[in-house]
Design a protein around this ligand. Structure first.
Ligand code: FES
Ligand SMILES: [Fe+2]
Length: 399
């Protein structure tokens, strides 16, 4: 035990001992990446977009953890997901990012079998049906889909986990934000040349904040100390210290000026207003940062061992978007800068890991959440290898 650990409050989250980080090859080895895609990403909920982005009477092709999925919004509004493959002889069904349904049917482009929006076989095109042909057994294979706070998630595994199960963060419900009513004011997608775990590790510590994020540190003073929260201080005492980080005096939101761009969402608690930021994390796919006037969604999609798609969405109230005085750049210029700073940090981390002469690095006391993330990854891999017997898995059910 080191000297500093002797004075820590018993409830301090800081690590008491140096802990090894992951071996560098886990950030670039193709076989390891394939294993993580199969046993972590394909067995968890993947964010695929906001519910409002799936118009009635359309189908959408998505690669979800290497699985070809079609998401269908029927004309009457039901949202379902299937493996994007025809049970006749295996053609892809939806050929592009988005296509209209044909008369509320999913039409296979090869031999014109058609399926109802619930996946049941409706017709076999020009083919006659032999005696004993079992149409009921030839529906589309469903993929688990669920909506949460206006966001859509799918899990391609036969057994999907309870939503937020085994997240090492409790998933904040954001119940005081009008999540279902918000509209998109801005969206940006970038490719970060780094392994997906590098991005989550970076999210889970603030030791990099003083050097990497000058504007964010000026908005959130505790970040300037390299702390995620006041309890990262070595002399933290829960009797006297505030629990959560707060914005600098006078600032109320993550904007260029610290001023909100819109009236506060009605219904927020005093604590939520005072904090200025509320995080909701759904591993491994996204985190939400909810503010008094807007909500930011950052989603992550692995594209390869050393390549990750990172998308940012800014959501506001419809009346805010309609207000001619609303200037989304007040939000975007601040948040994009922070995200670009993180992306550059992740890419330099990746380049170093790729050429690393060591077997693994070391986690410092303040990197307790990185440790929790590594443990989460490890649990997922053990659970995946065991066939998903643990981890509160639920059988695939119709939605
Ligand atoms: S493969 Fe789809 S109808 Fe033949
Ligand atoms: Fe950062």
């Amino acid at each position: 035990m080191n000297a500093a650990a002797k004075i820590l409050h018993p409830l301090s989250p800081l690590l008491r001992d140096p802990v090894p980080s992951l071996a560098p090859n886990r950030y670039w080895d193709a076989d390891w990446y394939a294993r993580e895609l199969r046993e972590i990403w394909a067995r968890n909920w993947n964010y695929i977009g906001r519910a409002a982005g799936f118009a009635a009477g359309t189908m959408h092709r998505r690669d979800v953890a290497g699985v070809n999925v079609v998401i269908v919004r029927s004309k009457s509004g039901e949202l379902t997901a299937f493996h994007n493959v025809c049970p006749h002889r295996g053609s892809e069904l939806c050929l592009t990012d988005v296509q209209p349904l044909r008369g509320n049917r999913i039409l296979c482009p090869y031999h014109a079998w058609s399926f109802k929006a619930d996946g049941t076989l409706a017709s076999t095109g020009a083919a006659s049906r032999a005696e004993g042909f079992d149409a009921d057994a030839l529906g589309l294979r469903q993929v688990a889909l669920r909506e949460w706070n206006g966001m859509v998630f799918v899990c391609p595994s036969e057994q999907s986990p309870s939503f937020g199960a085994d997240n090492f963060f409790e998933v904040h419900e954001l119940s005081n934000w009008p999540m279902n009513d918000l509209v998109e004011a801005y969206r940006e997608t970038n490719i970060v040349e780094a392994n997906w775990k590098v991005i989550w590790e970076n999210f889970n510590e603030c030791l990099h904040c003083p050097g990497v994020h000058p504007s964010l540190c000026s908005l959130i003073p505790v970040y300037k100390k390299g702390h995620l929260a006041p309890h990262d201080a070595g002399d933290w005492d829960p009797e006297t210290a505030q629990p959560e980080p707060t914005l600098r005096p006078g600032a109320r939101s993550w904007t260029l000026t610290g001023e909100p761009v819109a009236p506060d969402f009605p219904g927020l608690s005093d604590a939520e207003r005072d904090a200025g930021q509320t995080y909701a994390v759904v591993l491994p796919t996204l985190f939400v940062v909810a503010h008094v006037d807007f909500v930011s969604i950052v989603s992550i999609r692995p594209l390869g061992p050393e390549r990750t798609e990172v998308s940012g969405e800014v959501l506001v109230a419809p009346e805010t978007l309609a207000n001619p005085d609303f200037d989304v750049n007040q939000i975007v210029l601040f948040n994009t800068q922070v995200q670009n700073e993180d992306a550059a940090a992740c890419e330099m981390n990746q380049r170093g890991l790729r050429s690393s002469p060591f077997e693994h690095g070391v986690l410092m006391p303040e990197e307790y959440q990185v440790r929790e993330f590594h443990q989460w990854v490890q649990r997922q891999l053990i659970d995946g290898a065991a066939g998903g017997a643990r981890n509160n898995r639920e059988p695939l059910v119709a939605v």
